[in-house]
Design a binder for this molecule. Sequence first.
Ligand code: ATP
Length: 253
Amino acid sequence: MSALLTVRGISRSYGGVAAVQSVDLEVDEGTIRAVIGPNGAGKTTLLDLVTGFTRPDEGSVEFCGHQLTGMSPRELPSLGLMRTFQSARLVPTLTVRQNVMLGAYRFTRARFFSDALRLPRTRREECELVVRADELVDFLDLRHFADTPAQDLPAGAQRLVEVARGLAAAPKLLLLDEPAAGLDDSETRELADVLDAVRAGGVSLVLIEHNMSLVLAISDRITVMDAGRVIAEGLPNEVREDAAVRKAYLGVA
Ligand code: ATP
């Protein structure tokens, strides 16, 4: 199996703090890779380094044969790489459908996101956007919120809209930063089913998550970070039994 994403020796420090130190990560096609670790472990910084929001001090990122190091985040959707953020970054006054349409917009030939809502190039393109957005809104069970402005949604639903928007661009790899934060147990189970179905559809996922039952239920492999470094990597069962992980992350020896 070939790696879709290969991160090699990536590092980033802020002042004296080594946020990410010599981290390697490989994500295979059609798999879910969880990245877990205590607060401040460097998980979000790692995502920021992969997606060009932060420049590495050293190291490289390769995705589908492209060197991402030095690329701007806005170049990544067209390569098939999408991400979500720890706190949902929706356009608050746009409806759920419109927010998802923004993600689907790379399907059309038009160049700028804002055109999608103000000036669709053709009625056919507009129609494609709406159909695709509605499919995803249904897929994430958000139909009853389709016409609701994002700002009026509960926090949990906003995270699901972010996932839908990420999927709307038909990525090869979707990076999710704590998608279960703010979800209740039944919403989290629903999210697990959605992510399983996404993987079954051939999309790979990197999942940063604190919810261990979600991580253990759906991940193919787990990377554990602590203080900027990878302290363990392996199958869910291996990681769960790892003494260093139990000490650093679960607080038990
Ligand atoms: P959490 O689970 O709380 O989101 P995390 O594992 O995602 O934590 P990061 O947010 O990546 O951790 O932070 C790793 C370390 O880098 C922390 O010590 C953090 O304070 C530091 N850090 C991250 N970004 C910056 C920044 N822009 N400026 C200064 N320090 C930063």
